[in-house]
Design a protein around this ligand. Structure first.
Ligand code: PLP
Length: 427
């Protein structure tokens, strides 16, 4: 929860000034309560009497051991896409049965690790992977899903049907022969159990109809496969993509509503196509962590050009690549001048050696001075997880705040850590 006291922003009951003094900047701050409320909102609303449901947190949005522990505390599943994410989950004490392992190019080493870690579910992406996986000897059973490209693609406010047939992800829904072969390959290994299909149509989706179109398409597809193979496919995984509020123009579908839309549509296809579905999964990432996360920077120099006023901060595209990568828009405030009049139109620029390192192109803020604090809102998803050490800027620390308390969950990368992999030998 955000509050303003003495002209200063408090997050989760903790002063941003105090956090900057204690941990330094740039700093990623997560309101733990806000994450937990969103998780609970999904859990409460994503329920059906017709089938079991599971919320699988897409850890690519934000992952560290504390986040994995939080996901475990609330008994969600977790989607990982690499041996690195798998390792972080395993090191946090996460129940590996609740792992769903994705990825279009899992290596043999990653498959072996998934088997050794006894994960619950793997999502195959193509037939080559099915062949590779079926060769492994394993002691435990594993559920298998196959990622399908349903030909429905959503980009924020729009969605397109029969688009993007050349996606690198999944098998096209029309490739029935290949899909049948994949099912047969998987079932040739007694420890592998082919349960059903997965689809994911995009990210930051605002349009209810995009999800409806995805589910309708998948319903028809599963029905076709049932007839083709004379068997049931009891599990359907619908991926993530639920939007978050970045700017005041954004109108994300509230969690309870998007859950209701999905459940209703799944129940409808289940009846209409007599699918006999037993379990539905969704994989929210951004919608759980984005709005719970904040980036705190210290303002350095300012600069006036003929047409612009720049405010420079002590981070940039290295801790938040999204503005440079996707022209993502953000809200911000001067965290120690929350009630001051906003009368300066400025551009917030980072300190990386790229002209494109602009965090916010245009925003109206109070007059900024050196050593003021800039807070950017909704930076909890794909910020830390996409951070780099470009220009050898060190990865910022991550702090969780809740009920007036703060906890350092990832320390700021040290200079020693920055060169810890660097052998320094020349030939
Ligand atoms: C397969 C899959 N599931 C879930 C997600 C999470 O999406 P979001 O963070 O938009 O909810 C992604 C994101 O790329 C994905 O590829």
């Amino acid at each position: 929860m955000e509050q303003v006291k003495n002209n200063t922003l408090y997050i989760g009951g903790v002063s941003t000034k105090k956090l900057a003094e204690q941990y330094g900047t740039p700093l990623y701050i997560y309101d733990q309560d806000s994450i937990e409320k969103r998780i609970e909102a999904f859990k409460t609303n994503f329920r059906s009497e017709q089938f079991a449901t599971q919320i699988v947190y897409a850890s690519k949005a934000f992952l560290c051991k504390a986040m994995a522990a939080l996901v475990e505390k609330h008994k969600l599943g977790m989607d990982v896409v690499s041996s690195g994410e798998l390792y972080i989950a395993s090191q946090s004490g996460f129940d590996m049965k609740n792992i769903v392992f994705h990825g279009n190019n899992k290596s043999r080493e990653e498959l072996q690790m998934a088997i050794d870690q006894r994960i619950g579910t793997i999502v195959l992406d193509n037939i080559a992977e099915a062949r590779e996986l079926a060769k492994f000897k394993m002691k435990e059973d594993m559920d298998v899903l196959l990622r399908i490209n349903p030909g429905v693609e959503a980009h924020t406010h729009q969605y397109i049907v029969t688009a993007h047939i050349d996606s690198k992800f999944g098998v096209l829904k029309t490739e029935i022969k290949t899909i049948k072969e994949i099912v047969q390959i998987i079932e040739s290994n007694p420890n592998l159990h082919f349960k059903g299909f997965h689809a994911h149509i995009g990210s930051q989706i605002f349009d209810r109809n995009a999800f409806k179109a995805e589910i309708e398409t998948m319903g028809q597809f599963v029905s076709e496969m049932k007839q083709e193979m004379k068997r049931d496919f009891p599990t359907l995984d619908l991926g993530g993509g639920f939007a978050a509020l970045y700017t005041n123009e954004d109108k994300p579908i509230p969690i309870n509503e998007v859950c209701a839309v999905i459940i209703e549509q799944c129940e409808s296809i289940n009846t209409q196509f007599q699918l006999n579905l037993k379990k539905i999964l969704i994989e929210p990432g951004r919608s759980i962590v984005a709005e719970a996360g904040y980036s705190l920077y210290t303002i350095g120099f300012t600069k006036d050009t003929p047409h612009k006023k720049y405010i420079f901060v002590d981070g940039g595209m290295s801790d938040n690549i999204r503005p440079a990568l996707y022209q993502a828009k953000y809200r911000a405030d001067i965290a120690n001048k929350m009630n001051d009049q906003k009368d300066q139109e400025v551009c917030i620029a980072g300190k990386c050696c790229e002209s494109g390192d602009l965090l916010i192109e245009k925003i109206t803020l109070p007059e900024a001075q050196q050593d003021d604090l800039l807070v950017m809102y909704t930076t909890g998803a794909y910020g830390y997880s996409m951070a780099s050490t470009y220009n050898a800027l060190r990865i910022p620390a991550v702090v969780f705040v809740k009920n007036g308390k703060d906890s350092l969950v990832v320390h700021r990368q040290t200079y020693e850590e920055l060169i810890s992999k660097d052998e320094g030998e020349i030939l």
